[in-house]
Each structure stands twice: as C-alpha cells, then as structure tokens.
Design a binder for this molecule. Structure first.
Ligand code: NAD
Length: 487
C-alpha cells in the first residue's frame, strides 16, 4: 500500500492520525494517508506566520519569488505524468484528462511566476504640498486554502500561484477524498527550494481539519473551493478570525442551443460540458436549453454520442468516462435521478447504476420539459444532463437565469446580435459562445450568487492576495503647526 505524508514547516510528517484512501474504480483501499487535526493545523499556521514575517521568504525580492515559481512550474511539467497517475488512482478522474490538465497546471505557475514582480504600488497625487504619499502592496497574510477532490492540482494552482506571487504564505488542505496528488506535489515545492513554512500541505476531514484551519486566529484569508453548504461553515467561522474569503462553489449551468447552431459542434461541446470528468466539474453544463423546433434532432445526436462513450478503467487512455470519486457521490447521483424520474422527468439514456464494486454511473439524459424536476435545480456533480426547450430568445434567457447559481453558461448560435444580447443578459461569471469548458491562466474565473464570489486566474487574482498600506511622508522641515488642527 502506498503511504503519504503531510508537509509542515518544510518537513514531511506522518500526521496526528492516519486514514485509508479508496480507489474509486474498484472500491478497494490503496493508500494510507496522514490525517491532520487541530494540532497539525496549528503547527502549520504558526510555521506559515513565521515564514511570512521572520524567515528568508520575507526578504526575497519579488523577482526571486518569481524565479522560485518558475522552478516549481518546470518541476510540475516534468512530473505531470506521475502526478496525473496519482490523481487518477485516488479520485477516478480519467488519465486522459488528468495528464492534459496537470501539464497545463505548469502554465498557471509560469503565468504567476511572471506576475510576481509586476505587482506594483502607487504614488498618490495628494492634495497637500508638503506630503508624499504612496500605497505599498503587501501580502495579505497567512492564507488558508481548502479544496475539493476534483482537479485538486488545478484548483490549488489557481490559489497557490497568485498567493506566492503576492508574497503570502499558506496552509493548503487537500480533500480527504483523494489527497494523493497534492501531498505528492509538496515534494516538488520542497525541491523547488521554497523556504520552510511558506507552503504547508496537509489533509484531514472537514469538521476537524478544515474548520480548525478556516477559523485559526492567524489566518488572514480563506480561499475555498467546494459546495455552498461547506462555504456557509467557512463564512460562519470567519466571524471568529474576521478573515476575508473567496468562494468558488457549485453550479447548475445553462447550455443554450438555438436552431441555427452547428449541431455537431454544439453536441460535442455539450458532451464535454456534462460527461467529461464524469460530470464532476463545477462548470458542468447540466441544463440543456434547446430551441423546441430542433429539440428532437439535437437530442438524437446527443443520445448517439452518449451511448458511444467508452466507460472503463480510469487509468486506461481509451476510457472517456470513469467512476465517480466516492460511494457517497454515486449514491447522491442515483438518488437524485430516481427523485427526478419520480417527479415526471423522462429518461432518454442511462439512469441505471451498474452492478460491480467501482463507483460508476453511466452518462444520463433526462427530458424535463413541462416537469418541475429537482434535476433542474439541484447540483448532481455527476454525468446527468437535464433538458428543457424554449420557443423564443426571451424564454431561453429566462430559463437560463432560473437558478440560484451563476457560475458558467454556454450559448450556441450563428446569430451574432443574439449572441451579444445573451452575453449581457446571462447572470453567470463565465459565458462561452460556441465553445464550452475553455480555461486559461490569463482569464479570470468565478461565480455569481450561490456559485460564490472572488475571481481566480488573471492579474487581479494576485492583487486579491495583497493588502495596501498607505505611507505618509512629510517633506517640509518647518515645525508642525497647530497640533489641535487635523491637516
Ligand atoms: P465539499 O464542500 O464537501 O468539500 C470541499 C472541501 O471542504 C474539502 O476539502 C472538505 O474537507 C472541506 N470541508 C468540509 N467541511 C468543512 C468545514 N466545516 N470547514 C472547512 N472545510 C470543510 O465539496 P466536495 O463535495 O468535496 O466538492 C464538490 C463541490 O465543489 C461541488 O459543489 C462543486 O461544484 C464544487 N466545486 C467548485 C469549483 C469552482 O471552481 N467553482 C470547482 C470544483 C468544485
């Protein structure tokens, strides 16, 4: 059995307790993990605070920080295949996807390496003749990062990269469901030469480890990705330490197809949007909103594509849909499909949990026209698409915005003016037009409403890990006049 360690203050440690990790493709235990509880969390946060104010990190120039980030990027690229295999083994996400995604994660670190010495303060044109006033941009402080199981190296890179560029130190909590890739990534942080305590990586359970981290008095900011219910705990805990928060949460993203769309392309994008990563993607285009006149034609293309998907072992390069990450997730998806069918939704394809030990669930399409199906409002985080149809553009927009989430959206049409109207009208943090699920380190990403707040990616994300300090310098040698008058 493979054994992993946590990384605290530059040391690899066994953790306060241990737990076992399950291979979702077989349901068998495959690895032994370190479980951090309050004491490990406390040690890690204290190490991060020392590194922030006392250690060599605080004395590095921004350019030197950038060089360390470039080194880390190169190490991620060189180890992408190994990290991908670990992620696939521990979470069931197919190797085809993890290997491509982790190779791209290196580019995120490279992007933020370049940003490190471009974070500038400013000089203010102050309204007093004898004063020079500047804004310094300083690291926000010790950052707690809490991530879910899916795409952990990616979801942590969009936090670690900008936070390091800004000069922060951090404690990263890997998900207890599949922590292997992040714990292994800690070895690359070490090899890159980051001083002890700058990046601490541990794992443990939400209530004992995540909560202790989020409410720790020395934490200045919590960067969280996960579900809205957990986000509420994080925000409640931030009432204790008054840490700021950024929240990347779930979605129920609309995917709108008009009659003039290129069907082949739209269908491929819809397959990518809902069945890739076995639907365990925050941006899953889980609500297909299709023009009524082409609904049957479009659904028959989708059905054919869904039936042709190769379901199999996640470590096999030919597999297109692997297992869900956990039994809990498989049970949730199966129960929500059953509840939706019970409410009148009609199964177009899939819907039956297969026999066997792995946590598989087949690509599933539910026709929900005329039905108040829970599948239209609740997040599956699984390979289940709900379909409704519309007559007019106004109706399509109304359906698209009929959600408390607002993470992503897709619009497929050849009509340019209509595309522009929808870009403005859709209430979501991302609108993809004639494409879906495209990401880049250069483009900010984040949600509206229940999908959270704060943006990851882009230059602004690095600025979000800074706080300003205002410096006043009096340039006059004259004595300070009347001390009772504020000037
Ligand atoms: P989750 O909210 O259950 O867990 C996420 C993390 O929070 C885990 O590390 C967990 O241990 C930790 N946690 C749990 N309870 C906690 C507590 N009380 N205090 C602090 N931390 C706690 O999410 P999940 O089920 O692992 O992941 C699926 C969810 O993540 C979905 O809703 C999905 O949409 C969302 N997600 C969002 C994005 C995005 O970028 N917007 C990306 C991926 C996933």
């Amino acid at each position: 059995m493979q054994r992993f360690q946590s990384y605290i203050n530059g040391e690899f440690l066994d953790g306060e307790a241990r737990f076992q990790s399950i291979d979702p493709a077989t349901g068998d235990v495959w690895a032994d993990m370190p479980e951090a509880r309050e004491a490990d969390v406390d040690n890690a946060v204290n190490a991060a605070e020392r590194a922030l104010y006392e250690g060599p990190w605080a004395r590095l120039t921004a350019t030197q920080r950038g060089k360390l980030l470039y080194k880390l990027a190169d190490l991620v690229a060189a180890n992408a295949q190994k990290l991908a295999e670990l992620e696939t083994r521990d979470t069931g996400k197919i190797i085809r996807e993890t290997s491509a995604q982790i190779a791209y994660v290196a580019d995120y670190y490279r992007y933020y390496a370049g940003i490190a010495d471009k974070i500038e303060g400013s000089y203010l044109p102050i309204d007093k003749p004898d004063m020079d006033v500047w804004l310094r941009r300083e690291p926000i402080g010790v950052v707690a990062m809490v991530v879910p199981w899916n795409s952990q190296l990616f979801l942590s890179a969009v936090k670690i990269g900008p936070a390091l560029a800004a000069g922060c130190t951090m404690v990263v909590k890997a998900s207890e469901d599949g922590p292997a890739p992040l714990l292994e990534f800690a070895r690359l942080v070490h090899e890159a030469g980051f001083p002890a305590g700058v990046v601490n990586i541990l794992t443990g359970f939400g209530p004992s480890c995540g909560a202790a981290l989020a409410r720790h008095p020395k934490v200045a900011h919590v960067a969280f990705t996960g579900g809205p219910e957990t986000a509420r705990h994080i925000v409640r805990n931030s009432a204790e330490n008054l840490a700021s928060t950024s929240l990347e949460l779930g979605g129920k993203s609309p995917f709108i197809v008009f009659a003039d769309a290129d069907f082949e392309s739209a269908a491929n994008a819809q397959v990518a949007g809902i069945f890739a990563a076995t639907g365990q993607s925050c941006v899953a285009g889980s609500r297909l909103i299709v023009e009524r006149s082409v609904k049957d034609a479009f659904l028959s293309i989708l059905k054919r594509k869904a039936e042709a998907i190769r379901i199999g072992a996640p470590l096999d390069m030919a597999t297109e849909v692997g297992p869900l990450a956990t039994k809990r997730q498989q049970d949730h998806v199966a129960a929500l499909v059953e509840k939706s069918v019970g409410s009148g939704a009609r199964l177009v394809v899939g819907g039956e949990r297969p026999a066997g030990n792995g946590y598989y669930f087949p690509p599933t399409i539910l026709d929900c026209d005329g039905v108040a199906s829970p599948s239209l409002t609740e997040e599956f985080f699984g390979p289940v698409l709900s379909v409704v149809s519309f007559e007019t553009e106004a109706e399509a927009l109304k359906l698209a915005n009929d959600t408390r989430y607002g993470l992503a959206s897709g619009v497929f049409t050849q009509n340019l003016t209509r595309a522009h109207r929808l870009m403005k009208g859709i209430r979501a943090g991302v609108v993809w037009v004639n494409t879906y699920r495209a990401v880049s380190p250069i483009a900010p990403f984040g949600g509206f409403g229940l999908s959270g707040h704060g943006r990851e990616g882009g230059i602004a994300a690095a600025l979000d890990y800074t706080r300003t300090k205002t410096i006043w310098l009096r340039t006059s040698d004259d004595p300070i006049p009347d001390p009772f008058v504020m000037r």
